[in-house]
Design a binder for this molecule. Structure first.
Ligand SMILES: Cc1cc2nc3c(=O)[nH]c(=O)nc-3n(C[C@H](O)[C@H](O)[C@H](O)COP(=O)(O)OP(=O)(O)OC[C@H]3O[C@@H](n4cnc5c(N)ncnc54)[C@H](O)[C@@H]3O)c2cc1C
Length: 477
């Protein structure tokens, strides 16, 4: 009888799940109501204009100046918190401005329009045995959006995205187009990268590439208090390890204790050609299903953790190219529901503080009601070359996937917990990532980003009429 009941329950869940997939639509917008992937801040805008070529993009800025309208710039709108739009403003959607303009395989340089995605670059350079140096784990984002947050990913040797940008052209609020690099208009180089679209429109970008490589995946299990030593000795201390990703459990059986880590180690035989076909999403249905269980049930979180861990341990020793590590599955993250949504938070903590930090974070979270679905961990090297740099030290970056309610009260509840988590993070000399919901306080931003005042002062200097505008700016300026 009990078994029948469980089967009936799973059957109903699958039906409900399949129904939810069929109506899933990650970024919903009509022409006048805009929102981003979080779905938490729908707003009426004046209009959305697709940037097609340079002249028409310039015209949008001119028109906005004539009508005294705000302009927000949008890529794929995977930032969460109104970074890509503003009430009654113009949204300049850059996703159609996406050509590959030049490619020099010998020098390992590519020049692209800023609406191009990492996927487009990968498709272009993979046949030449080349790959991107630094990008997110997924390849769905635009280059302009990634630069404006100064993205980072699984690579552990090349720093943040800013370190791989040679130069770019910027359209400013007065209609001027200028070249920006470390030698030309250099002040803007460190303001625009990680600048959240507040200094002008990035038009095209010259990016450094590297060799595609073949890696052996090596996964092992750890307790959280072994991680820092493991990382120093076996990952950073081993030249052969090129990329790295870790997970820490959010399941009730071993909450913020059990971990497993995957290292991508240079394979002894670099027979790239046999294995460099670019992969596409394959396990969307299963992962989405498990995530659904994990969202709704505590036992679902335990099940997801156990199955993921088994899967990664099973893939031990398998070969994967650099390009394929950098095109992880993404569709399973698409989720649309009337009463709740998934959001991300990301906290950076110096690697030497990881153990006490996790102990305190666990104590804090055990007192709160937060639906924490999973946490992945990456490494980012100390890097202060952007004004809003998050890596004040060599940091572990913890990416938290949280399911939260969308009502005003539920948003306030999540906001309060996020502020507590950030207080813990700041206590350990950490910082947090800015592309997500504007839950942190202004004081927390200043503590995490010591050059915050300089950033906003320079914004007013370069854009006196505050033409480039979004909710991130409104909240923290
Ligand atoms: C599922 C998921 C996974 C993620 N994983 C990672 C990760 O591994 N590492 C990481 O670092 N981040 C990660 N992120 C965050 C992600 O990198 C940022 O949200 C990034 O901005 C997304 O790119 P986009 O094209 O969607 O940019 P958008 O969200 O469209 O824009 C982001 C910002 O860039 C500005 N902008 C966009 N285009 C231009 C332009 N041409 N000129 C000037 N400004 C512009 C916008 O105004 C906005 O302020 C993840 C986000 C999600 C949702």
């Amino acid at each position: 009888m009990k078994r029948l009941f469980i089967l009936l329950f799973i059957f109903c869940y699958v039906i409900a799940f399949v129904f939810s997939i069929s109506r899933s639509e990650p970024v919903r917008s009509s022409t006048s109501v805009m929102e981003d992937v979080s779905g938490l801040m729908p707003v009426k805008v004046h209009k959305l204009v697709k940037g097609q070529e340079e002249a028409s993009i310039k015209q949008v800025i001119q028109e906005a100046a004539e009508q005294d309208l705000k302009v927000s710039i949008a890529g794929k709108r995977h930032s969460m918190g109104g970074h890509t739009y503003y009430r009654d403003g113009i949204v300049l959607d850059m996703t159609s401005y996406n050509k590959i303009l030049a490619f020099n395989p010998e020098e390992k340089i590519i020049r692209v329009q800023s609406g191009a995605t990492w996927d487009q670059i990968q498709q272009h350079v993979n046949p030449y045995g080349l790959a991107v140096k630094v990008m997110q784990s997924q390849n769905i984002f635009t280059i302009g959006g990634s630069m404006s947050v100064n993205a980072h990913g699984r690579d552990i040797r090349y720093g943040s995205l800013v370190d791989t940008i040679r130069s770019f052209r910027l359209l400013q609020e007065n209609g001027d187009i200028i070249q920006v690099s470390r030698d030309e208009n250099e002040e803007l180089f460190e303001l625009v990268i990680g600048g959240y679209g507040l200094f002008g429109v990035i038009l095209d970008v010259e990016l450094e590439l590297t060799d595609d490589e073949l890696y052996t995946m090596e996964t092992s299990e750890l307790n959280f208090d072994e991680y820092t030593e493991y990382f120093k000795n076996e990952v950073i201390g081993n030249e052969g390890v090129r990329m790295h990703l870790a997970r820490i459990s959010t399941a009730s059986d071993h909450f913020l204790k059990d971990m497993y880590v995957t290292d991508y180690v240079l394979a002894p035989n670099q027979e790239l050609k046999l294995r460099n076909e670019l992969k596409t999403d394959r396990m969307t249905f299963l992962t989405k299903f498990l995530l659904g269980l994990s969202r709704n049930f505590s036992w679902g979180k335990n099940l997801l953790w156990d199955m993921q861990e088994k899967y990664f341990l099973k893939t031990n020793g398998s070969l994967v190219t650099r390009n394929n590590v950098m095109r992880s599955e993404s569709k399973f993250l698409e989720y649309d529901h009337d009463s709740n949504t998934d959001v991300l938070q990301e906290y950076f903590v110096p690697i030497d503080h990881f153990t006490p930090y996790i102990n305190e974070l666990r104590t804090t979270l055990l007192e709160e009601d937060l639906n924490l679905i999973n946490i992945t961990i990456r490494y980012v090297q100390k890097d202060e070359s952007a004004v809003l740099s998050y890596a004040k030290d060599d940091m572990f970056a913890l990416v938290l996937l949280i399911n939260q309610g969308i009502s005003k009260e539920e948003q306030e509840e999540t906001k309060a917990i996020v502020q507590k988590m950030i207080d813990v993070t700041l206590k350990y000399n950490g910082s947090y990532y800015l592309p997500y919901m504007p839950y942190p306080t202004k004081e927390q931003m200043k503590a995490a980003y010591p050059r915050t005042d300089e950033f906003f002062t320079k914004k007013k200097l370069y854009d006196p009429d505050e033409r480039f505008y979004n909710y991130f700016y409104e909240e923290y300026k």
